[in-house]
Design a protein around this ligand. Structure first.
Ligand SMILES: NC(=O)c1ccc[n+]([C@@H]2O[C@H](COP(=O)([O-])OP(=O)(O)OC[C@H]3O[C@@H](n4cnc5c(N)ncnc54)[C@H](OP(=O)(O)O)[C@@H]3O)[C@@H](O)[C@H]2O)c1
Length: 325
């Protein structure tokens, strides 16, 4: 089988496509023949050495969909390994698929049975492959941790991000009002076309955070950019509101503590999600017939270009990899 392997750090250019033997399944595993995978920011971070516990060589990729070899069923993979028994927090030793355990950028994968779920019936395999890591992270951040509700207003910072595109879709499906920010007017136009009611460009408009005050009061902000996006989100939410962070793409953040305590805010951290979150996310996506926002589908032979496209934040939504080309 073909696999996208990383042997040493060096950014996307260090990736290699190699021929390997099919993976060997343990008693707890099943073999899945993958048809599509998708990229996440962590894949790029790993190539740059910006991720904890890097062990190489490894096959990258957390997202995948394909066919279960023993049953012929169309399946999607939950990339959260060894979450543990506590729904509130993952156990020590929990891992994300795709380094150190070999991931989904390959023609086949050996994966624990409990991480394999039936593909939502309304999705094609490329759409299903775009769903797992970002959909899971978005679901837990917005709904399990953020407790978003119908009628609330949700601020989604950096709408071009793969996870944030799901946060917006899920919030709209719940019946919330969405305020989306982005560095790109084209991405904001896309967000409006998908249903976002208010949009703000944080790059071209230096007063973007002041403009938030002219919009409906923000009940919940969901951020993964960190830096100014996170600190401004804390300033922007209404008294008694919530702010969820699941990432820090730009940097650490200088938070005005006065805003936190004077407004009685809940600041909530979230990462990936439990098996329950994954099951609930799939059910939510099926119930609302949601389809992931796909930016582009790259053939696996152009994997380095796909990683560079993600690294440059050129995408709007998920970057999918066709493993058959
Ligand atoms: N904790 C977890 O379990 C978990 C899971 C998934 C992801 N993450 C983390 O979450 C982050 C996003 O992941 P992803 O895969 O969705 O990444 P991605 O698709 O590469 O998204 C990056 C987006 O961040 C936005 N951004 C960058 N600088 C910004 C700023 N100053 N203000 C507002 N937005 C800004 C940009 O949005 P625009 O292009 O619209 O400007 C960019 O498109 C990463 O740091 C990742 O490591 C964590």
């Amino acid at each position: 089988m073909r696999a996208v392997r990383l042997h040493e750090l060096g950014g996307p250019d260090a990736l290699r496509i190699e021929e390997l033997a099919d993976p060997i399944c343990d008693d707890d595993d099943v073999l899945v023949r993958l048809t599509f995978a998708a990229l996440n920011r962590r894949d790029v971070f790993i190539t740059r050495g910006m991720y904890p516990g890097i062990a190489l060589p490894s096959t990258l990729g957390a997202d995948g969909a394909g066919v279960r070899a023993d049953t012929g069923e169309n399946v999607v993979i939950d990339p959260m390994l060894h979450w543990g028994n506590d729904p509130h927090v993952w156990a020590e030793g929990a891992q994300v698929l795709g380094m150190p355990r070999d991931g989904t950028l390959a023609d086949a994968i050996a994966i624990p049975k409990q991480n394999v779920y039936p593909m939502p019936a309304h999705l094609t395999a490329d759409q299903a492959a775009a769903l797992p890591l970002a959909g899971l992270t978005a679901y837990r951040a917005l709904i399990t941790r953020g407790r978003a509700m119908m009628g609330e207003t949700v601020l989604v910072t950096g709408i071009g991000g793969g996870v944030q595109s799901f946060v917006m879709q899920f919030a709209l499906a719940l019946g919330a009002t969405v305020i989306a920010t982005s560095s790109s007017d084209a991405k904001l136009a896309n967000a409006r076309a998908l249903g976002a009611q208010h949009t703000v460009n944080y790059r071209s408009n230096p007063d973007w955070y002041k403009d938030l005050r002219k919009l409906p009061a923000i009940d919940l902000a969901v951020d993964s950019a960190g830096g100014e996006a996170f600190s401004r989100a804390i300033d922007a939410v209404r008294p008694g509101g919530r702010v969820v962070t699941y990432g820090g793409t730009t940097a650490t953040s200088n938070v005005r503590l006065f805003s936190v305590f004077w407004k009685h805010l809940d600041i909530l951290g979230s990462s990936m999600g439990s098996p329950r979150d994954f099951t609930d996310m799939l059910a939510f996506v099926s119930r609302h017939q949601l389809r992931p926002v796909i930016d582009r589908i790259f053939p696996v032979t152009r994997i380095i270009d796909a990683f560079k496209h993600l690294e440059a934040s050129e995408q709007c939504g998920k970057i999918v990899i066709d493993l058959s080309h």
